[in-house]
Design a protein around this ligand. Structure first.
Ligand code: FE2
Length: 254
């Protein structure tokens, strides 16, 4: 199996675009902005063959039609919200997989932020593209699902191998770290990471990709099982999705 090349680039106000490349195949993970994706393709000397859409929001799909017109690429996206994904050719969902070049891509349904949101997991490459479901030290807003639905999606991502590199749709890490410290101030790994994140952002450096293992240790949205968090929230022994829901509510208000 050839090595998968991954190129991440900032675009719009706080989105990330990502290109993945193997030989003749180049896929964009979402297409926030056609011009930014085209510029990244030119910079790398790659020709776009696919777009893998995680969810229908405009800051993830605005580039779909212009890029398809320009390149003839195939657009793969979530069956659960296919009608809202511009230019979709191939509808996919949980349990399905496909090949990009020599690389296997597995599809995980991760609804909650939107009703049909999917994540793409490349197990051989130890890499996952999670859109707006999971962020570094955070998670997406629950817009089209319930907190329980979102929690089940996050549980799926929690179960990926710890060494999995995770690419997310946005650079929200600095604000997320500040909020996370209000939920779990005694978490030394989180405090250390918050400091590192502040330094990276001061230097204009991306904090992504992250890793599942790092998120398990420092992301309060994945840590509903932690007694200190349950105690702080006054929810000791409650179902984990309810603890998650309370953390999400507090973040919404922060
Ligand atoms: Fe979104």
């Amino acid at each position: 199996m050839a090595t998968l090349e991954i190129h991440q680039f900032p675009c719009l106000s706080d989105n990330y675009g990502v290109l993945i490349h193997d030989g003749e195949v180049t896929a964009a993970i979402d297409a926030p902005d056609a011009k930014a994706v085209a510029a990244a393709l030119t910079a790398k000397g790659w020709r776009l063959t696919h777009i893998l859409t995680t969810h229908h929001h405009g800051d993830h799909t605005a580039g779909n039609l212009p890029l398809k017109r320009e390149t003839g690429c195939t657009i793969i996206g979530p069956r659960g919200e296919a009608a809202k994904v511009p230019g979709i050719d191939t509808k996919i969902g949980e349990g399905e997989s496909f090949k990009l070049g020599s690389h296997e891509v597995r599809v995980l349904d991760t609804p909650g932020h939107t009703a049909g949101h999917v994540s793409y997991w490349l197990p051989q490459d130890k890499t996952a593209f999670v859109g707006d479901t999971l962020f570094a030290i955070g998670c997406g807003r629950v817009i089209e699902g319930s907190a329980e639905v979102m929690w089940r999606s996050l549980e799926k991502l929690k179960a990926l191998p710890a060494e999995t590199a995770v690419y997310c749709g946005h650079e929200y890490t600095l604000a997320n770290a500040k909020f996370a410290l209000t939920i779990e101030p005694e978490n030394a790994a989180l405090a250390e990471r918050a400091k590192a994140v502040a330094e990276l952002r001061a230097a204009g450096t991306p904090t992504l990709p992250t890793k599942i293992g790092l998120e398990l240790d420092t992301n309060p949205f994945l840590r509903a099982h932690v007694p200190a968090i349950q105690k702080r929230l006054g929810l000791v022994g409650k179902p984990e999705w309810q603890i998650f829901a309370e953390i999400r509510e507090r973040k919404n208000r922060s």
